[in-house]
Design a protein around this ligand. Structure first.
Ligand code: IPM
Ligand code: MG
Length: 355
């Protein structure tokens, strides 16, 4: 089969890690008889440099014409002082909104051979954990009314958290459906003791839960959830939460694994088209030095194979290659903790050999 992939390499280490993922995809294509056709799309800081805007005209249309989007990373200190609508991150937000990718899936699983990397207490690590954050991605504070005005106290700014039943239901459905393929447990995280939008969130999740009698639903306040993640992450299966809470908790969850360079993510909507990206950023400090760990991007490509293209065998093969390479002891610097490490391109080569 043939698949059209829109590539957004972006900034910093973005181009290196996307290059690795494409080599892996091409190997998969060879082995299993598929063809992946790539279209490069400039977005983020590099687009600001070239065109003066983070998401140039036509970029969104090209994404819409693709079967899926694979993204490296956008942003960097060079563009940090631009106004909000001209920052590299805008490209990401506009693609999420433009492609209606309302569901962001961020798995965080403790990889047994890397468990010494986890900052958790030993007895907590021994229990392991395998959780999936389902973050609402096109609503809430990120897209609510915001602005500045002059109040009696002087300059004042606001952002608003807005959620409709429709938005809550559709993200809830993704969580419940996904839970059915895992351990059938959903924790819905909110701040219903303070926020009205959270009270609507909670009511809606409970209404929806009636349609999934086989899935257990539990509510948790976000402050408690931040604590529980560190204390007892094994209790979580699927976590469903708002855009802003999901942003914060997913960084926390990723760090529990001790290896942000390994975690992929998928952003999905109602169609098969998704956007896949590593959860780490553009790491400008190591860009161009062949030090970046390509694994998070390679695993993002595997998620794309599985979730957008329905290529399960192929996705399994990529994930297996990653497990094997890690089990063989090969490490990039981010997961070597002072021990011997190999370059990003050597890691890519090792993955290709395993495949
Ligand atoms: C993420 C990032 C983005 C977000 C930024 C870069 C806009 O932190 O994907 O989690 O806040 O959603
Ligand atoms: Mg974030």
């Amino acid at each position: 089969m043939k698949f059209n992939i829109a590539l957004i390499k972006g900034d910093g280490i973005g181009p290196e890690i996307i290059d690795s993922a494409c080599q892996v995809l091409d190997k998969v294509g060879n082995k299993f008889g598929h063809e992946f056709i790539y279209t490069d799309i400039k977005a983020g800081g590099c687009a600001i440099d070239e065109f003066g805007v983070p998401l140039p005209d036509g970029a969104l249309e090209e994404c819409l014409q693709s079967d899926s989007v694979l993204l490296g990373a956008v942003g960097g200190p060079r563009w940090d002082n631009l106004p909000g609508h001209l920052r590299p991150e805008r490209a990401l937000l506009n693609i999420r909104k433009g492609l209606e990718l309302f569901a962001n899936l961020r798995p965080a699983r403790l990889i047994p051979v890397l468990k010494e990397a986890s900052p958790l207490r030993r007895e907590t690590v021994e229990k392991g954990f395998d959780l999936l954050i389902v973050r609402e991605l096109t609503g809430g504070m990120y897209f609510g009314k915001s602005g500045r005005y002059l109040s009696k106290d002087g300059e004042t700014a606001f952002d608003t958290e807005t959620y409709s039943v429709k938005e809550i239901r559709r993200i809830g459905k993704v969580a419940f459906e996904t839970a059915r393929t895992r351990r059938s447990h959903v924790t819905s995280i909110d701040k219903a003791n303070v926020m009205e939008s959270s009270r609507l969130w909670r009511e809606t999740m409970h209404e929806l839960a009636k349609e999934y009698p086989d899935v257990e639903l539990k509510d948790m306040l976000v402050d408690n959830a931040a604590m529980q993640l560190v204390q007892n992450p094994a209790q979580f299966d699927v976590i469903v939460t708002s855009n802003i809470f999901g942003d914060i908790l997913s960084d926390e969850a990723s760090q529990l694994t001790g290896s942000i360079g390994l975690l992929p993510s998928a952003s999905l909507g109602e169609t098969k088209r998704g956007m896949y990206e590593p959860i780490h950023g553009s790491a400008p400090d190591i860009a161009g030095k062949d030090m970046a760990n390509p694994i998070a991007t390679v695993l993002s490509a595997a998620m794309m194979l599985r979730l957008s293209f329905g290529l399960n065998k192929e996705a399994d093969a990529v994930e297996k290659a990653v497990d094997d390479v890690l089990a063989s002891g090969l490490r990039t610097q981010d997961i070597a903790w002072g021990g011997p490490s190999i370059s990003g391109s050597a890691m890519t080569k090792a993955l290709l050999e395993r495949l």
